[in-house]
Every structure is written in C-alpha cells, then in structure tokens.
Design a protein around this ligand. Structure first.
Ligand code: AP5
Length: 222
C-alpha cells in the first residue's frame, strides 16, 4: 500500500492516516509533523520552515522534497504520505522519487470538506505537545479536560498556525496550489473521493475500504 492523503487543512488527513497506519502497520509520513518536530527542536530546517508555517505559506519545495526523499528510501513499498505533495512541482518530484525506487502509488485518498466546516474544525483542534496526539474540543475531546489520553501529559495546546487569520491564508494557499492535484490524480485513475464531513469512524470505514481497492473508472467520487 503506497498512498497519498490529499485534502484541505483540517479535512482529517492526519486523523485518518494515523488510523490506517495502525490498522495495517504502515509508516505514516506527515510533512507537517516532521516540520513541527524540527521547529520544536530548533534545527536549521525547523528555523527556516517556521518563517513560512507561522504565516500559513508553503515551505520551499527543496526543503520538503529533501525530507520526503530521505524518508521514502527506507519505506519503499509501504507508506502513507500525508501533506505531500502540495503543488505540481512536488507531485513531479514525487513521481521522480518513485521512478528511482522502481515503484508507484497505489492510490490517492482525497478527503473533501467544505471551507466553512474546516474553519470551525481547525479552531477546535488541540494537540499534545509531548506525544503529538490530536483532539478536538467537540468531535474528539480528551477523556480528562486538557489532558492527553495517550500519554497523560497535562496541557493540550493549539497550533500557532490554527489562529483564524492563518487558517484563512492556509485555505487560500490550498485552493491555489494543492487543489489542482485532485484533477492530476483523477486523470491518472488514482483518486478516491471521500466525504470527510461525517463522524471520524464513518470516514475511517470508507478510507479503509478505498485503500484496499483500485480506484474505479474515471476516478470520480467513490
Ligand atoms: P500540515 O500539518 O500538513 O497541515 P494541513 O495540511 O493544513 O492539515 P492539518 O494538519 O491542519 O489538518 P488534517 O487534514 O491533518 O486534519 P486533522 O486530522 O488534524 O502542514 C502545516 C504546515 O506545514 C503547512 O501550512 C505548511 O506551512 C507546512 N507544510 C506541510 N507540508 C508541506 C509541504 N508538502 N510543502 C510545503 N509546506 C508544507 O483534523 C483536524 C481537526 O478536526 C482535529 O481536531 C480532529 O480531531 C478533527 N477531526 C478530524 N476528522 C474529523 C471528522 N470527520 N469530524 C469532526 N472532526 C474531525
């Protein structure tokens, strides 16, 4: 299984990729998580990325391309890519990486959610700074208010780029740069269209089913 999760900010890519990764024991590679880790550690890559992430802009292609290239070497046959590619240039680069590894994508899971819902969703997201677990104040609250179910850490936080003004910028960037990839992968008959505006477990059932099936015909809604 070699999948790409595609969709706007807050669509549930990370939530669903983590569930599928657990179900099948497949490595989950989230460029957002890798960049946040680098920013938290203050590495040169993290310091460079921070200037872009905090404003809701895309980090330069050469930075993320290198992160993905390095990680794909080890995960050749099984991976879930979440948040990459994010524009045509990254999609071209991914094609080159896969060609060099003599492999190809099995499918692309596109999670669709309307912009109005996304703004609300992202505003309610809280995450654990210690283990990275992700919650939502309404749809996925932690069992104990403000404490992480997974590691017990007290003090869940809001991502700095989840502030309303940054979310608006991220949505603009998504529609301009990333949304065109839906057509690209549809044309290659790789796309599964998933309605992400339903409860997490209902979306997860469709994602799991789609991940195990070749996209059909024209690659439209499935
Ligand atoms: P990244 O972390 O990838 O952000 P994103 O793509 O904007 O996606 P999010 O993490 O916001 O949302 P998600 O779809 O994973 O949703 P989640 O499952 O968390 O990237 C951050 C930044 O890094 C970018 O802006 C950019 O600067 C940089 N970057 C990353 N990759 C890059 C690249 N390739 N090139 C250049 N720059 C890059 O869910 C959201 C919330 O909703 C959670 O609270 C969750 O609990 C809840 N939820 C999930 N599903 C449901 C549901 N079905 N119903 C109700 N609530 C739900």
């Amino acid at each position: 299984m070699r999948l790409v999760f595609l969709g706007p900010p807050g669509a549930g890519k990370g939530t669903q990729a983590k569930l599928l990764s657990k179900e099948h024991g497949i490595p989950h590679l989230s460029t957002g998580d890798v960049l946040r880790e680098a920013m938290a550690k203050g590495t040169p890559t993290g310091l460079r990325a921070k200037e872009f992430v905090d404003k809701g802009y895309l980090v330069p292609d050469e930075v993320v391309d290198a992160l993905v290239r390095e990680r794909l070497q080890g995960a050749r046959d099984r991976f879930l890519l979440d948040g990459y590619p994010r524009n045509e240039s990254q999609a071209d680069e991914l094609d080159r990486m896969l060609l060099q590894l003599k492999t190809e994508l099995t499918s692309v899971i596109y999670i669709h959610v309307a912009d109005e819902t996304l703004v609300k969703r992202v505003g309610g997201r809280r995450s654990c700074p210690k283990c990275g677990a992700v919650y939502h104040l309404e749809s996925k609250p932690p069992k104990r208010a403000d404490a992480c179910d997974a590691c017990g850490n007290e003090g869940l936080v809001q991502r700095p780029d989840d502030r309303a003004e940054v979310v608006r910028e991220r949505l603009t960037v998504y529609h301009k740069n990333t949304a065109p990839l839906v057509e690209r992968y549809k044309a290659k008959d790789l796309l599964h269209w998933i309605d992400g505006d339903r409860p997490i477990d209902a979306v997860a059932r469709d994602v799991s089913e789609a991940a195990n099936r070749k996209p059909g015909g024209s690659g439209g809604r499935s």
